[in-house]
Ligand binder design. Structure first.
Ligand code: PMP
Length: 326
């Protein structure tokens, strides 16, 4: 069952638990060297700061007390995705998937984390000059980690469809995890929360369901597991891909990936959101319509139980999901 409270959207905007140690004692990878987190600063003329020209990943590490081991969840998949995002933004950063994985493992070992953590990797356009473009701008890499503590179960969240639409592939592609594009989820999240909901549901320009502000969405309708297809302006979520795998293997449910109407959410038996930061979050109402019986449904609870077992390295059949650090 859920052991951690869903975060306030992506940890990009969530208040991470303050580091137990002063920032000066925590090291991060910054512009080609290991430096104290407190010294990792960029100038105000940095291209990424002025134009949002950076790509990023959020990666979770789960501490397993019994095994004395920290497991990084879907490490390779995150770096494959950042490579894709970097390609979309014409970034030549000199790193490979393997080099980023190695640096991340070294980061965690250097800091000696023995608790749940969140890692943030950013590749950013670092040239300090005015001029909006993608070409002829240098790139740098930053990897940092922060402890992520325990959160309390909420038992489900209330979602609201917002008036903002997801950026389309013809404006800022959602499948690339571009820093500047997160103004769109931020607009959505704040509209939902300021209107009294816990989380936003964002529609595509065509009015189909895309995703939450920082989570992909699954629903169960007439017993069938459904999720918006990748042609619905979603981020191609790593947790989403994992759930597609485990639903088939553990629940015998092959999810249908298709366009989803807003009113299908009102009539769904179950809905849950998923993402690295949010993990698995049951949705108990959408636009004031109760989802199913208003509790946590069977499919959702089974997905949650399996997911947390796998993430904490307790499921040998899913060893390919996790990378042990120590
Ligand atoms: N959609 C958006 C917009 C997100 O920011 C995230 C969080 N990365 C997700 C979906 C979920 O993706 P993942 O499972 O890869 O974390």
């Amino acid at each position: 069952m859920l052991t951690q409270k869903p975060l306030e959207g992506d940890p990009a905007t969530a208040p991470a638990r303050p580091a137990a140690r002063p920032a000066a004692d925590v090291v991060c990878w910054f512009e080609g060297d290991w430096v104290p987190l407190a010294d990792a600063k960029v100038g105000v003329m940095t291209h990424a700061f002025m134009y949002g020209t950076a790509v990023f990943e959020g990666i979770r590490g789960y501490w397993n007390e019994d095994q004395g081991q920290l497991f990084l969840l879907k490490l390779r998949e995150h770096y494959e995705r950042i490579a894709d995002s970097a390609k979309v933004l014409l970034m030549d950063h000199g790193e490979t998937v393997d080099s980023l994985m190695d640096r991340t493992l070294e980061l965690v070992r250097r800091n000696g984390y023995r608790e749940d953590i969140y890692i943030r990797t950013t590749i950013y356009k670092s040239t300090e000059s005015i001029g909006v473009r993608l070409h002829n701008v240098d790139c740098r890499v930053n990897i940092l980690g922060v402890p992520f503590g325990d959160y309390i179960e909420t038992g489900g969240i209330r979602c609201g469809t917002v008036s903002w639409r997801r950026t389309s592939d013809t404006s800022i592609p959602s499948r690339a995890k571009v820093v500047g594009s997160y103004v769109n989820p931020a607009m959505a999240k704040s509209e939902a929360v300021l209107n009294g909901f816990d989380e936003a549901i964002v529609l595509t320009q065509a009015g189909k369901v895309a995703e939450g502000s920082a989570e992909n969405l699954f629903l169960v309708r007439r017993g069938q597991l459904v999720t918006p297809g990748v042609d619905n302006d979603i981020l191609e979520g790593i947790t989403r891909a994992g759930i597609l795998e485990l639903a088939e293997r553990e629940l015998g449910m092959r999810a249908v990936q298709r366009a989803v109407d807003r009113t299908e959410l009102y009539l769904a038996e179950e809905i849950f959101l998923c993402g690295t930061g949010a993990q698995i979050v049951p949705v108990t109402s959408v636009d004031h319509r109760t989802v199913g019986t208003g509790g946590i449904g069977t499919v959702t609870s089974r997905v949650m139980a399996a997911y947390f077992d796998i993430a904490r390295g307790r499921a040998p059949d899913y060893a390919h999901w996790v990378t042990p650090v120590y």
